[in-house]
Ligand binder design. Structure first.
Ligand SMILES: Cc1cc2nc3c(=O)[nH]c(=O)nc-3n(C[C@H](O)[C@H](O)[C@H](O)COP(=O)(O)OP(=O)(O)OC[C@H]3O[C@@H](n4cnc5c(N)ncnc54)[C@H](O)[C@@H]3O)c2cc1C
Ligand code: HEM
Length: 1160
């Protein structure tokens, strides 16, 4: 069912489509009147004298005493005080629609609401009626559902795009949405432009005609814009007359259509609308009806004012968000939090979207759709007590300049020309003492925008939902050009085109199947105190979860605490879970005894609490062959159940969309030019840390700002946690000749990083150099090429495995080899700090091809079966394609891929035509899984002799040959083993959810079982006990069962024996599996020694409340040891098998039988 064919194709098309060339930037005189240097020289108000145009002269002659002074000289200002005065003295400074460019527009819409003089009866009449149609209450109650419906339609259409699809004409898409919304709201007509756009059809005839009219207004447009071809073919063609004819014809058509609409409204067929009130109500302001002949003008000006303005601002915003991942992430975090577990925004949510509002306002500040707002003096007067203004003279408030004046917008917010929505976060204006009139994108006074609230609600609905569902990447080489037009029609980010991807966790596939779905972590839907979680009241919930040693994942702890109690008292849970259709997808590794423990618990508790189980727990086993395929197909198995439950017919393309969504590229990478030097990995790490800090702080600030302390707490630990850990010593623990390699590595922790015995160290691994070399050779790369890497911002904020930079200097690109070994962590941080600020804004990092292959992708990954099938379809060479097709059948796949452990790289090396067909590094990186961090039990204690800033790990080297003869050297263990003293590893301390900690009372007996590197945490425990002993504490008994093959791999032998001598360890039992032992058959394992010590152990367990700790191999050792302890309970304790199992269950529940085990 999963089809990978399409993403590959989409990628190739996308990357081959270059944008540009672009026209050179247009120099906009008005936008440069008030640059800071000019303001310093001339001040914020100037007089500009330009010869009046013939039309101005004609229109205004006779109206003014001093014609030249009034008309030829206009006053331009970006002074907020002047604006304030215009606002206070509105009668002295009315809006007049009389200049040449304005008059040109009246050819389309004379005396429309936007295009009429304030003193005119026409404006006063319509103004009295208009706000009734677009007031706040009306928006909330009547128009918000329209906005939501249009938003959903928009998201549904974009959900159909395959990952990495290039969406061109973004502004046009947005304008379809805003035009649809405003016309539906004002006239109750659904123009359906979003669907038309999606089908590639022309816009609704009203909009289409309107747009064409705008482009050929003979008074505004250049002749060649429309009739260039006719002119070219026939030099005697009468351009002007031809254009006039076309204009009149189109205007006639538009008028006809609008007349029809007016008639339908008159007949009551379209219900009560703004249009109906304009037709039938008297204006409370003048007591007059709107003149019938002006209804068309009002409609046309509404369309002008009400759709491209909002659409283009949203386009600018999307551009800026693509450059500012920090804000993009804040926007996403906000919508996640506001939605909780819900799928749709409610009207009451809109005021809570403060980040969305701040972002939109910041786009409005930088790119006000109306760049100038003019007022004319009604009589000779003085402005600001100093400037003489003549009757009829225009005072033009330059909003572009006003919005960028450093005195209002600079300071702590940085350069006013840069995008920083913090300027509009709650309290920011007050804190900065900002001038009340410094921001006026919607105009001011009685002529201020009538659709301001409508625009804000539209933007605050569409933008958050877009970013909730998708991530975007700006098309290569996009140039944001200042618009060629001065202020009208509104400027736009011309040519905006974005690659689209499903947002992490965004249910694009569900949406494509017709479900409006949303994703949230379980703890994010828990209210701060004791109430019910915010589970949806309608629809269904799919829980996707893992487990760690039987515990819930970190982001479900509060939910997991609530759940069993709720299940026990089903009545209490009734409100949240009763009747809720649900399914659980559990992801785990069957080697763990606690495999699927939490998913199963979740499932049973939800059912007990009254939930409606749609399917038994879907269990995905990472250990099972073909896991990648199976996990990808889970949606496929669930989707029909959901469709059946809701009695919905499956849309024909849902499976393809699901497959496409499931196969979004895993790593965003694009080629950078030769002029872009790649960063060293050390610098990358510094950038990510800076970014992580910025996003973490922002999320925490934001959550606090919202009054959500729970969310603030959740946000606080965010950030990129990995740091540089200096290797202080590295010592081989195996005796020569053992044939194995295990190192004790001492690391210096940076300030602020601390740990407790039992914690883990999370290390960022690196593919073996030989593997990287063969990948480079395959792709015909030198290793020095630069690629732009866009790390997942969510990953950066949470320090997840999506980001795997490290500071291992030896990996860095050759250009930066100098200083590597001499620079410490502080130097690395400092080196990154100039870019660190920008890292918060622009998280696109140039990385060398070698580092991409070394650090970011798992080169040892086997290709899932569906990928083999997709590659077969892509393969241009028929024999190779046929071989791949065969390999993609189940039996062959098992034998040739799983059986042979055939990696994707090996597969490509055998089918090189795929590479010739364009499978390059960005695409390969998008197909490979990311290199996941590795855990190591810390084998020291902060109370130990090396002190709290040192931690050690005990690492066994993984090295083996695959059936194909490939030598595999462990990505992490190989890196750690190869690292020189004095250099660095990247990692962090990870406090996992397990209770693998020493008991609080040192007198409590301990039984520790740790063969091989499983001894690691016990070295930490014993160091801690040694320190406690030195401090005079009375220690209880401590027994350690250690296992190894022979004396050669008896790790830490001397140290353990020394502790035994001084009583830190009271009993050291060593099982040698390759020496003749007491056990029959020779091989002795730890479980055998446990059985032999049954009497002593039972006394400790039963009589003294001992704690048992087991660490190491999950596959065989851990289950055997559990069985051995149950055997002790049966043999010495006299329990039967069932009672022994129950005893074991209780021990685990009480936290007295603890495991820290892994698949080795
Ligand atoms: C909580 C926890 C604590 C841990 N503590 C420690 C610790 O203290 N010390 C320690 O050394 N490790 C520990 N590990 C394991 C460690 O995290 C890594 O998994 C281990 O070092 C291997 O990682 P790698 O990147 O070197 O190997 P990888 O490159 O990931 O290679 C390992 C993979 O190769 C496979 N493999 C191994 N041998 C063969 C073979 N002969 N034939 C075919 N396939 C094979 C394995 O199944 C595994 O899938 C711990 C793991 C966990 C989860
Ligand atoms: C981001 C979006 C918008 C911006 C920046 C904006 C900006 C403006 C500005 C600056 C004016 C005043 C012009 C002047 O004083 O000469 C104005 C007027 C107007 N706007 Fe908007 N507008 C937006 C969206 C809308 C929408 C969505 C509607 C309709 C629903 C709308 C309807 C109007 C109308 C009817 C007027 C004329 C008001 C009057 O003169 O009485 N606008 N707008």
């Amino acid at each position: 069912m999963v089809n990978l064919e399409s993403p590959l194709k989409a990628n190739s098309t996308a990357s081959s489509r270059a944008h540009g060339p672009y026209e050179p930037p247009f120099y906009n005189f008005w936008h440069h009147l008030f640059t800071p240097d000019k303001v310093d020289q001339w001040g914020e108000t100037v007089r500009v004298e330009l010869p009046a145009s013939p039309i101005d002269r004609e229109a205004l002659r006779g109206h003014y005493d001093d014609f030249e002074a009034a008309i030829a000289a206009s006053i331009h200002t970006c002074d907020a005080d002047v604006l304030g005065e215009l606002l206070e003295r509105q009668a002295d400074f009315p809006k007049m629609w009389n200049r040449a460019n304005e008059k040109a527009f009246t050819r389309l819409a004379e005396n429309g609401i936007f295009t009429s003089d304030t003193p005119s009866a026409d404006w006063q009449t319509v103004h009295g009626l208009f706000p009734r149609g677009f007031n706040q209450l009306k928006i909330q109650n009547a128009y918000f559902p329209i906005i939501v419906k249009k938003t959903n339609a928009f998201v549904a259409e974009w959900s159909r795009f395959e990952p990495a699809h290039l969406v061109t004409g973004v502004n046009n898409w947005l304008a379809c949405m805003t035009a649809d919304a405003v016309i539906k709201a004002a006239c109750n007509v659904d123009m359906d432009n979003i669907a038309r756009r999606a089908r590639g059809e022309p816009a609704h005839p009203i909009l289409e005609t309107f747009r064409r009219l705008g482009s050929i207004n003979p008074a505004l447009a250049k002749p060649w814009q429309v009739v260039g071809l006719a002119n070219f073919l026939n030099p005697f063609y009468d351009t002007k007359a031809g254009q006039e004819r076309m204009y009149s014809q189109l205007k006639g058509q538009l008028q006809g259509m609008v007349e029809q609409l007016i008639e339908q409204t008159r007949r009551g067929e379209l219900g009560d609308t703004l249009l109906s009130s304009l037709i039938s109500e008297k204006s409370p302001a003048t007591g007059l009806y709107v003149r019938q002949s002006l209804l068309f003008s009002h409609f046309a000006t509404l369309l002008v004012a009400g759709h491209e303005t909002t659409a283009n601002t949203m386009g600018f915003l999307m551009y800026h968000l693509s450059q500012n991942p920090k804000w993009e992430e804040r926007l996403r975090a906000e919508i996640r939090e506001v939605l909780g577990g819900r799928t749709k925004l409610a009207a009451s949510d809109i005021p809570r979207l403060v980040v969305a509002e701040a972002c939109f306002k910041e786009a409005l500040r930088l790119h006000p759709p109306a760049g100038n707002v003019g007022r004319d003096a009604a009589h000779d007067t003085v402005l600001k007590g100093q400037y003489l203004v003549r009757r009829g003279q225009r005072i033009s408030v330059n909003l572009v300049a006003l919005h960028r004046q450093p005195r209002h917008w600079g300071g702590e917010f940085g350069d006013p020309n840069t995008f920083n929505p913090a300027r509009f976060m709650p309290g920011a204006a007050e804190a900065a003492g900002r001038h009340p009139h410094a921001f006026k994108p919607f105009g001011f006074g009685v002529r201020a925008c009538a659709g301001m609230q409508f625009a804000m609600w539209e933007a605050k609905t569409l933008i958050p939902m877009l970013y909730h569902n998708f991530t975007f990447r700006l098309v290569e080489k996009f140039m944001l050009r200042p618009s060629r037009k001065e202020s009208f029609p509104s400027p736009s980010a011309e040519g905006l085109a974005l690659y689209i991807y499903p947002a992490p966790g965004a249910p694009a596939a569900a949406a494509a199947a017709g479900f409006a779905a949303t994703a949230a972590t379980l703890d994010s839907i828990m209210p701060p105190a004791g109430e019910q979680p915010q589970l949806p009241k309608a629809g269904a919930v799919l829980f996707v979860t893992s487990t760690y040693n039987g515990e819930p994942p970190d982001n479900a702890l509060r939910f997991a605490k609530w759940l069993p109690a709720a299940a026990a008292a089903a009545a209490a849970a009734g409100g949240a879970v009763e009747g809720l259709p649900f399914a659980v997808l559990g992801v785990g590794n069957s080697q763990w005894a606690t495999y699927q423990a939490f998913p199963r618990l979740l499932d049973s508790c939800l059912a007990a609490a009254g939930g409606l189980r749609l399917a038994p727990v879907i269990e995905a086993d990472t250990e099972a062959p073909g896991f990648a395929d199976a996990a990808g197909e889970c949606w496929g198995s669930l989707c029909p159940l959901l469709l059946a439950h809701f009695k919905v017919a499956a849309p024909s393309d849902s499976s393809a969309a699901a497959a496409a969504a499931a196969s979004a590229p895993r790593l965003l990478l694009e080629a950078a030019g030769p002029a872009t030097p790649p960063l060293t990995i050390r610098e990358v790490l510094g950038q990510l840390r800076a970014y992580g800090r910025a996003t973490g702080n922002a999320a925490a600030d934001q959550a606090e700002g919202n009054g959500s302390t729970a969310a603030a707490a959740a946000a606080a630990p965010q950030g990129f946690p990995y740091d540089l850990l200096r290797v202080v010593s590295s010592e081989e623990l195996q005796a020569p000749g053992s044939g194995r390699f295990t190192r004790h590595v001492d690391l210096e922790l940076p300030q602020g990083m601390s740990y407790a015995p039992g914690d883990h160290l999370e290390v960022l691994p690196r593919n073996a150099p030989a593997l990287v070399d063969s990948a480079l050779e395959l792709l015909q790369l030198t290793g020095h090429e630069a690629f732009w890497w866009t790390p997942s911002s969510q990953g950066a904020a949470r320090g997840l495995s999506s980001l795997h930079p490290t500071a291992n200097p030896s990996s860095s690109s050759p250009a930066t080899n100098t200083n590597r070994t001499s620079n410490g962590p502080a130097a690395a941080e400092n080196a990154a700090s100039p870019a660190a600020n920008s890292a918060a804004d622009v998280l696109r990092l140039p990385v060398s091809s070698r580092d991409v292959l070394a650090w970011l992708v798992d080169l040892s990954a086997l290709p899932p079966m569906r990928l083999v099938a997709a590659l077969a379809a892509e393969c241009p060479c028929p024999p190779e394609a046929a071989a791949l097709q065969r390999m993609a059948t189940e039996a062959c796949y098992k034998e040739q891929v799983l059986g042979q452990q055939l990696t994707l790289l090996e597969l490509l090396a055998r089918h090189r035509s795929l590479l010739a067909a364009g499978l390059d590094l960005p695409r390969l990186a998008g197909l490979l899984p990311r290199l996941a961090p590795r855990y190591y039990s810390i084998s020291s204690s902060p109370a130990g002799p090396a002190g709290p800033q040192r931690a050690s790990i005990t690492v066994a080297l993984v090295e083996f040959s695959s059936p194909t003869g490939r030598l595999h050297r462990g990505a992490a263990s190989g890196t750690i083993h190869g690292q020189q003293v004095g250099l660095y590893l990247a990692g962090t301390v990870r406090q996992l959810q397990s209770r693998f900690r020493l008991p609080p009372n040192p007198a409590t007996p301990l039984i520790m079982v740790g063969p091989g590197t499983g001894v690691a945490p016990f070295m930490g425990f014993l160091q801690q006990r040694a320190a406690q002993q030195q401090a005079g504490a009375a220690l209880g008994p401590a027994v350690l069962f250690f296992g190894c093959r022979t004396e050669q791999d008896f790790l830490y032998q001397q140290q353990l024996q020394a502790w035994q001598e001084n009583g830190v360890l009271t009993d050291l039992q060593v099982a040698f599996s390759r020496l003749p032992g007491k056990k029959q058959g020779g091989k002795t394992y730890v479980q055998d020694l446990i059985a032999e010590s049954a009497q002593q152990l039972w006394e400790l367990l039963h009589g003294s409340g001992a704690y048992v700790y087991v660490c190491g191999d999950a596959r065989r050792m851990a289950p055997d040891v559990r069985a051995a302890f149950e055997g002790v309970a049966c043999g010495v304790g006299g329990l039967d098998a069932a009672a022994a199992a129950e005893w074991m269950r209780e021990m685990r529940q009480q936290g007295r039988y603890l495991e820290d085990v892994w698949a080795s």
